[in-house]
Write a protein that binds this ligand. Sequence first.
Ligand SMILES: C[S@@+](CC[C@H](N)C(=O)[O-])C[C@H]1O[C@@H](n2cnc3c(N)ncnc32)[C@H](O)[C@@H]1O
Length: 260
Amino acid sequence: MNGPAPRRFWRAPALKALLGQLLAFPLTLAATFLLARAGLSMSWLAVALLQGGWSALLAWRMNLAPWWRIIQLVFAPALVLARGLADAAALPSAVFLFLFIALLLVFWSTFRTQVPYYPSGREVRDIVAGLLPERPLALIDIGSGLGGLVLDLARRRPDCDVSGIELAPLPWLAARLRAGVTGARARMLRGDYERLNLGHYDVVFAYLSPAAMSGLWHKASSEMKPGSLLLSYEFVITEREPDRRFVTTNGKKILYLWHF
Ligand SMILES: C[S@@+](CC[C@H](N)C(=O)[O-])C[C@H]1O[C@@H](n2cnc3c(N)ncnc32)[C@H](O)[C@@H]1O
């Protein structure tokens, strides 16, 4: 593994979103107070909608991506509705704690990396397997999730050294167990690919997010060895034109390839 990953913590949109909610709170209080003085009493849901409105407005002013504005808008109302649902169904509060811990273990540092978990699927695996050179290779999926692609390639190419690296604990554990149960010759590493030397691999596969691509390009271009391949599903690198494109899923998503 290499040195520490760049600190993106304080620039994480999730922290800006939290700040937006905190700044919106006094505005909501003031508006609720003024409306109450004017004789207009509001339900909890109406107050939450007001909080959502202020937060969405602040998200727009902070230049957060459109989906963050929607999240900010619905966050407080969703809390009020969930609370109402819990009361109506007499759910124990432990249910929410359990859900929170499960989501935390799956999405872990998504707030920093801006790369959530979603699988790539069989069609991509078929294309990746088809374009691998016919010689023993060291291959890695950076952000391997539940390990689907890694296990599939390890099964198809027993001559290759296939690994995956995953930051989030629960998907990593699931991938590790899957490899153990199926007896796959695949290495499931737990950690941050930003600390890994990509120069050890002939093929690097990534299915990340637009936010990660520029950093990945700088890392790959300084570490990957001549003759190696970088593959990125769905998300393109703007710094260098891909050498090849493979169209998947009815022409909607593309697998990009760069030669080094
Ligand atoms: C879109 S999923 C792709 C899963 C898998 N590669 C596939 O094709 O099905 C991206 C995964 O990358 C992981 N991830 C994000 N940033 C990471 C990092 N810096 N190091 C390791 N894993 C990371 C996320 O936790 C998530 O599970």
